[in-house]
Design a protein around this ligand. Structure first.
Ligand SMILES: *Cc1c(COP(=O)(O)O)cnc(C)c1O
Length: 395
């Protein structure tokens, strides 16, 4: 046993599973060292740059020296007002920018900190399985216990609330939902959100809705907001991200909207941990929220064209799939006889393609894999051809 203090990490760290891509990363490095041209369909990070009008505003903002000192903790008034105005225009929801909106250093920051604001030792959280890994891991970090709500083809990718055991529901402090969904590309409707709100009222559970992909939609589909449901505000925190919508993953900008008491609690955690978003970034993020719809439509048209390339090729290879209506992800079953990890390894070995195994998103993701449409159309065509050439098919 080592006597060095610096390896005595906290018990809470023991609960965090190894990084999803750790094993794959090793294999990618080996393949690259052999000179193999690997196509990564792994990462949920837009491959095209931040929209130019946002970059231009950033140049102006950074030359303004008044942006250089500490920002207000909760976000600048101008930023919070822009967020509230955006919610009004997009969802017709009324939010007080002074009390019901909080700036986040990217939505992931606020999502993780929400667990520290509401979850104690012994509390349950209700998390979708498969789902964005932060919901589960932040539960552990906060000392809580996640209850995995299965999402899959059987329930149309919307957790079956009746299946949550009564004693778990009673001890649950918050539920996370994420529509449009990562990793499945699934969408939910307002009818479902209404049922969730009834559940929240019955068991006094906070609903955290992650809408990182609410603007990335296709075929005329428009995603609803949880806050559109009448009376939702007091029970809901809704997280918005600039990252995927405006190609701003590196900028770290997002925000959360919801009931005053909930926003206040999250704010107390944040006040003691971070000091807000760079004011210049907030100024650029305001301009981002004012992006003309045509610009968003252009990005969505690009992703839709990529989606069509992939789903059409996959159908030729035997997969029976519907066109995902939103997100840049496609969630697929692995062929019979393979685990998720084995299939991911096969894809890398035989087709030199990287895909994350579904079980990296939760135990119920076993038997699936994810494709991210974050490389260009030509490269996607090549990837599909490589799969065909390798004889990979769904049986
Ligand atoms: C990308 C992503 C986020 C994180 O977005 P940031 O605002 O960049 O922190 C949150 N939730 C889901 C489901 C995501 O896929």
């Amino acid at each position: 046993m080592s006597t060095s203090k610096c390896v005595n990490t906290s018990k809470r760290l023991d609960k965090i599973p190894p990084y999803l891509f750790a094993e794959i990363d090793k294999k990618i490095d080996e393949a690259k060292a052999e000179g193999i041209d690997v196509i990564s369909l792994g990462i949920g990070d837009p491959d095209t740059p931040t929209l130019p009008h946002i970059v231009q505003e950033m140049h102006k903002a950074i030359d303004d020296v008044s942006t250089h000192n500490y920002p207000p903790y909760q976000g600048t008034k101008a930023f919070r007002t822009a967020c509230a105005n955006w919610m009004k225009k997009r969802f017709n929801t009324d939010l007080d920018p002074n009390k019901e909106v909080l700036a986040l250093i990217g939505s992931k920051e606020g999502i993780a900190h929400a667990f520290f604001a509401f979850v104690d030792e012994g509390d349950y959280t209700l998390v979708p399985d498969p789902g964005y890994p932060v919901y589960t891991n932040a539960t552990y970090l906060a000392g809580g216990t996640p209850y995995f709500m299965n999402v899959g083809p059987d329930n149309n990718y919307m957790p079956d609330l009746d299946k949550i055991p009564e004693d778990v529901a009673k001890k649950a402090k918050l539920m996370f939902l994420n529509y449009p969904n990562n990793p499945t590309g699934a969408v939910a409707n307002l009818e479902y959100f209404k049922k969730v709100l009834e559940f929240a009222k019955k068991y006094d559970v906070i609903i955290c809705h992650d809408q990182a992909y609410c603007e990335m939609t296709y075929d005329g589909y428009i995603a609803p907001s949880f806050l559109e449901v009448e009376g939702a505000k007091d029970y809901c925190l809704e997280f918005f991200s600039h990252s995927k919508t405006y190609n701003m993953t590196g900028w770290r900008a997002g925000w959360v909207a919801g009931g005053e008491k909930l926003i206040k609690a999250l704010g107390i955690i944040k006040n003691n941990i971070d000091s807000g978003i760079f004011k210049a970034v907030q100024q650029a993020a305001i301009v981002a929220l004012e992006t003309p719809q045509e610009e968003i439509d252009k990005l969505n048209a690009m992703y839709k064209a990529r989606r069509d390339v992939v789903v059409n090729a996959l159908r030729e290879m035997g997969w029976q799939i519907e066109d995902p209506k939103a997100t840049f992800y496609i969630w697929l079953p692995v062929p019979k006889g393979y685990t998720s990890a084995e299939f991911a390894a096969l894809m890398l070995e035989k087709a030199h393609i990287v895909v994350p195994p579904g079980n990296g998103y939760g135990p119920n993701g076993e038997g699936f894999f994810r494709i991210a449409l974050t490389v260009g159309e030509e490269r996607l065509k090549e990837a599909m051809q490589r799969m065909k050439d390798a004889g990979i098919k769904f049986n």
